[in-house]
Write a protein that binds this ligand. Sequence first.
Ligand code: UD1
Ligand code: CA
Length: 507
Amino acid sequence: MTFPDEGAENRLSRRPFVTEPSTRSPSPAQKSNTAACVILAAGKGVRMKSLLPKVLHRAAGRPLVDHVVRTACGVLAEFGAHPPIVVVGNGREAVTPHLTAEFPGIRIAVQDPPRGTGDAVRVALPLLSDETKVAVLAGDAPLLRASSLERLFAALDQPERPAVAFLTAVLPDPGAYGRVIRDGSGRVVRIVEAKDATAEEKSVCEINSGIYAFEREFLSRAIPRLTTKNAQGEYYLTDVLEMAVAEGLAIEGIAVAEPSEILGVNSRKELALVDSELRRRAIDLAFSCGVTIVRPETVTIDDTVELSPDVVIGPFVSLCGKTVVGAGSQIGQGAIVIDSRLGSGVEVRPYSIVEKSVAGDGALIGPFARLREGTDLAAGVHIGNFVETKKARLGRGSKANHLTYIGDAVIGEKTNVGAGVITCNYDGYAKNVTTIGSNVFVGSDVQLVAPVAVGDGAVIGAGTTVTKDVPSDAIATSRAPQQNLEGAARSYHERKSRKKASGAKGN
Ligand code: UD1
Ligand code: CA
């Protein structure tokens, strides 16, 4: 199966390390001033009430931490910098292999046990090379935009050379977030955790996002000086701000335009909020790439899906996993497409399910079709209603339009599979293959008892049970001869009406 690659640059690109387009290109000075990102992902995530580590919970089809890593990778790549460092701890048996497989070159630091955000940064410091700026991001805050991370790095270049720049948000209900305390002239003097705050401090609505950029030398100097003298007995990263103030260094608090951008996931409810927001962004991106979506509020698109211009998506469609949809394809109402590649001009009609399958240009699927794993349709194949396929390859222009099961089968070109045909692929012990050539006509209600092969150009009569190979150009039939008992139906109907008259039940 081949796919049109010429559309690749138009395709809505969500390839690894590519995120939203960068809003500006860094100056040459910034390029030499290399940046690092440390992503904190060692925390417990108690409120998720889950066996799965928090950062591996998925939003818009990707683990939470992947969104943060991808944003960081995109920005770091602009600086020609090293990939990010992720601090892992809780659940690291699962988190580390996931990250190293998904992001080659990523650096992992282990924090065990987790003793606070300051301690998490401490374990990452030895992995830094010559970077002069270090961003610290939260692995559970996946809505951070690349533009905000760029702003943080750029803030450190301002004339007053701040030691710290961090994102803040003003929330009507600041809850458990750390509060940003400013002095009379509006300068940030410290961050106080909600659990350590006085009632007056708690009434402050400007909160700490937990997303920062630090001047590297300052950070290296400050981290070893942290203590655990606080309500939670932890090393708070936030305490380094006070140290900057004590050294007479500037701190830059940057308010984000949309407060949702800094939303961290601590509970299932917040996971759902973040998931909705990421999917809203995926839909906006699809619109901007020339995709039509009918009733977008009902449509679910994973962040991992690639779409092309002039794709039309109907209401209640779900496009999931590593799905790629070529130009001009139409996905009808209620269809579900998972981990599949559709060429251009493919039509998936309503309420079809397509999983781990491939469909070539102009293929027509459904309505109510089910394509299971390993289905591979060449260009122009038609799969109609109530047809199920599994590990089935159909050549160019072949058709199976009604009520059929095709499993473990290879079918040539321009072959017609009639209504109700079944490949009997399972003999109770093993799966067996059915091979059908090109230009074959398989009549209705045929059973092909695998392993069995049908040659090119053969015709199989309706109702045939094929148990032996059929040579090319042969006609195969296996019907019991039909007998007609003249007039017998009349006496059958008479018996029936006599029964009715005598009041017997049934018919
Ligand atoms: C932190 C900030 C708080 C801010 C909030 C924003 C501190 C002391 N407080 O609080 O001011 O408003 O984030 O969401 O920094 N982590 C580790 N190792 C640890 C502890 C945490 O890697 O030992 C990671 C977590 O996995 C998470 C991130 O750091 O990704 C934030 O940790 P969390 O415990 O959620 O911090 P908060 O108490 O929410
Ligand atoms: Ca948190």
